[in-house]
Design a protein around this ligand. Structure first.
Ligand code: 4GX
Length: 256
């Protein structure tokens, strides 16, 4: 199970606020996981401590210089060396299954590139795997690392509240989540689905399963085909067929 996350970044400030916030912040302050940054600039020599240089072959932008980055990665991976992961657009797309596997490691070493990228020789020599958060271009790996860290930390035991667990996430079952509602039971003439007010917890669980199945089939047919079916699914879908109309509007506001 994950104990420490080491982030190699030219912008350790990026994580200063992040590591105090929300679920991740609480997990760190409670000592469930540790987050440390390793800044290549601290390994840069010369008066200017420069960490980037112009690309061989010309062209726009700058490339991260190999030596300061390599020294920071070596400090971050420790001895014996942990697996080193870089966030890059050419990496493997992260999904919930990869998050579960990453959360099962003792240590994550996340390399965030800036500028046009990293000298390829550093990737060849020191990076074991590359991960992407999606097909769009960021200006640095830091937001991608933050996405990965958020998703991984909420998998750790005791990080979610007592009555929640990451294993019960709809995504863990390969489906999108069901819709959620809170008070008031009528808001701007829109009612909460009556089943949720019934107090019948088995029926509510069946309704939620049906909504997750309907939503996933409609919005993400790719996920729907891959999701494992439950024995009850057919019965649940017959009990709660997809509704084409939104719940009836109340004639007038009961409350707000
Ligand atoms: N999912 N980027 C990394 C710089 C870079 C380029 C090449 C190493 C090699 C991204 C993404 C992403 C932009 C982060 C380029 N570093 N990362 N950065 N999409 O777009 O993860």
């Amino acid at each position: 199970m994950l104990k420490s996350i080491h982030v190699v970044t030219l912008f350790p400030d990026w994580f200063e606020h992040f590591k105090t916030l929300g679920l991740t912040g609480r997990a760190i302050s409670e000592g469930k996981v540790e987050l440390r940054c390793f800044d290549p600039r601290e390994h840069a020599s010369g008066v200017h401590r420069s960490v980037d240089d112009r690309p061989y072959g010309g062209g726009p932008g700058m490339v991260m210089r190999p030596e300061p980055l390599a020294l920071a990665i070596e400090a971050a991976r420790g001895d014996p060396p942990a697996v080193v992961s870089a966030l890059t657009p050419q990496g493997r797309r992260i999904d919930q299954q990869s998050i579960a596997r990453l959360a099962a490691r003792e240590q994550l070493v996340l390399v965030c590139g800036r500028y046009e990228g990293i000298d390829q020789r550093v990737i060849d020599a020191l990076v074991d795997e590359e991960w992407s958060i999606g097909d769009y271009v960021l200006s640095g790996g830091e937001p991608a690392a933050a996405v990965l860290i958020d998703a991984v930390v909420r998998q750790l035991p005791g990080v979610l509240g007592h009555d929640q667990s990451a294993g019960e996430d709809s995504f863990a079952a390969g489906l999108l989540d069901h819709p959620h509602y809170t008070r008031p039971d009528c808001w701007r003439r829109r009612a909460v689905p009556e089943v949720l007010l019934s107090g019948d917890h088995d029926r509510i669980a069946r309704w939620r399963r049906a909504q997750a199945l309907h939503r996933t089939r409609r919005l993400r047919p790719d996920l729907h085909s891959a999701a494992p079916a439950e024995p009850m699914d057919q019965a649940v879908l017959e009990e709660f067929p997809e509704e084409f109309l939104p719940p009836a509007l109340y004639p007038e506001d009961k409350s707000e």
